[in-house]
Design a protein around this ligand. Structure first.
Ligand SMILES: Cc1cc2nc3c(=O)[nH]c(=O)nc-3n(C[C@H](O)[C@H](O)[C@H](O)COP(=O)(O)OP(=O)(O)OC[C@H]3O[C@@H](n4cnc5c(N)ncnc54)[C@H](O)[C@@H]3O)c2cc1C
Length: 414
């Protein structure tokens, strides 16, 4: 049985991994050359702690305030686009307490499924990604955020996640090498991290060895359909027969779904990162600087990555380096000794998070095209949920019961 996976990011490769293992003949097609996409330069968190979706009460008001600051961590680039308006309206409607409450268990469950799948990969298959279980510090600076931090710890513990509140001195004791200017932190011991570039290279090598076929440099442009099924996938250069198709095209998935008459609310959330090797900037633990929305990850022994910003923008708008200045200034506010100079452009990475309209991924079969599985829209969590998504995709392809209830992730829920 032949499966075509469209998209060679972490979601596509994880799907290919499980499909190949269960006996499918897998071809992965990508318009790029498999060497860069959103799955490379991200912060590398594998984080059950992220059980709160992007659409939360208060985010809209906060977002509007941030819009006025060119170095802020959030920005919606105004443009005349019905798709953006459609996504925005659905996002605003989802940003409420009931949605946050409903999303916690599905997000926790898929994150745990994924973390277990990663653990199995790294302990049993020879895949290597510099995976470490050191937890994640959600550090905050403003005393008024302490109550929220305590509430987060309570909620995490209710969900069975290992999280504790730490005051500034306790965090400082975990990071004795440099002075921190902070008020406290939530320490999510349940989280892990890895070096995404290493994960992607390792997966590509492993899948090549397992005879998965890779087709670089071909854009999927259409599908041939017969009796509610895709029979062939058309690219810019060729046509491929298939029994099942997985669409894992990240921020480009709205266009793919439209080819199958499905309206998929999706926005591209651009983020930036800078990675240093053997730098004087060090942290023992991955950390999120909460008010500034900056992620810091010590990776792979001798590297450290600073990343952040959510710029809702078109996929061809030029990058805005002021956002990187904003990231580095935020770092210095929390860690005064880290006066990191603005790096040259070539050192700055950016990628497009595939943002669904409610912060939950889209995973499931399409109603009117039954041999097509959509796996996208993971927003800020694609790396964390990657291996778990691949497992769910494979279960769907094999018409097996899924490891968890995936109704909340239905691609046609809006
Ligand atoms: C700064 C930053 C930090 C982040 N940190 C984290 C983190 O710590 N943890 C976490 O879980 N997530 C994080 N994320 C989010 C995560 O990186 C994404 O959710 C994830 O990489 C999305 O993976 P994907 O496979 O869906 O998409 P992508 O990696 O973008 O892959 C999609 C692929 O589809 C291909 N494609 C698109 N259209 C077509 C077509 N028509 N034909 C053929 N190929 C096509 C593209 O070329 C691309 O290679 C972060 C993101 C950013 C920007």
């Amino acid at each position: 049985m032949k499966c075509i996976v469209i998209g060679g990011g972490i979601i596509g490769l994880s799907s290919a991994y499980f499909l190949q293992q269960s006996g499918w003949e897998v071809t992965v097609i990508d318009k790029g050359d498999f060497s860069n996409n959103c799955s490379y330069g991200n912060a590398g968190y594998v984080c059950p702690s992220h059980f709160v979706p992007m659409a939360t009460p208060g985010i809209v008001k906060q977002g509007l305030k941030w819009m006025l600051d060119p170095e802020s961590p959030f920005y919606v680039k105004p443009r005349l686009s019905m798709d953006l308006v459609n996504w925005g309206l659905k996002f605003v409607r989802s940003a409420n307490a009931a949605h946050v409450e409903r999303s916690a268990i599905p997000l926790r469950d898929i994150a745990i499924l994924s973390k277990r799948a990663y653990e199995a990969w790294f302990s049993q298959t020879g895949l290597d990604a510099g995976y470490e279980e050191k937890g994640l510090l959600d550090i905050f600076q403003l005393p008024q955020n302490e109550a929220h931090a305590h509430h987060t710890v309570e909620k995490a513990q209710e969900l069975g996640l290992d999280a504790v509140y730490l005051d500034a001195a306790q965090v400082q004791a975990m990071e004795p090498q440099t002075e921190l200017n902070i008020h406290g932190a939530v320490y999510f011991k349940c989280d892990a991290h890895l070096y995404p570039n290493k994960l992607m290279h390792s997966l590509l090598e492993y899948l090549h060895e397992k005879q998965v076929r890779f087709v670089p440099g071909e854009t999927v442009t259409g599908f041939e359909r017969q009796h509610g099924r895709i029979s062939r996938v058309k690219t810019s250069k060729a046509v491929y027969d298939c029994d099942t198709v997985v669409i894992a095209t990240g921020s480009w998935s709205r266009e793919m779904a439209a080819l199958l008459d499905v309206d998929l609310p999706m926005a591209a959330g651009r983020g930036y990162s800078v990675t240093y090797e053997n730098a004087p900037y060090t942290l023992n633990h991955p950390a999120i600087l909460m008010e500034g929305r900056v992620a810091i990850t010590p990776m792979d022994g001798n590297k450290i990555r600073f990343g952040g910003t959510m710029e809702i923008t078109s996929l061809n708008a030029p990058p805005n380096m002021n956002r990187v200045k904003g990231i580095l200034k935020t770092v210095q506010r929390y860690i005064p000794a880290y006066n990191i100079p603005m790096p040259p452009k070539e050192q700055i990475w950016f990628g497009y998070r595939p943002c669904s309209a409610d912060g939950l991924p889209y995973i499931g079969r399409l109603r009117k095209t039954e041999n097509c599985i959509l796996a996208t829209g993971h927003s800020m969590l694609g790396l964390s949920l990657g291996a778990g998504t691949g497992k769910l995709v494979c279960e769907l392809a094999n018409e097996q019961p899924t490891s968890m209830d995936i109704k909340p992730f239905s691609p046609e829920r809006f």
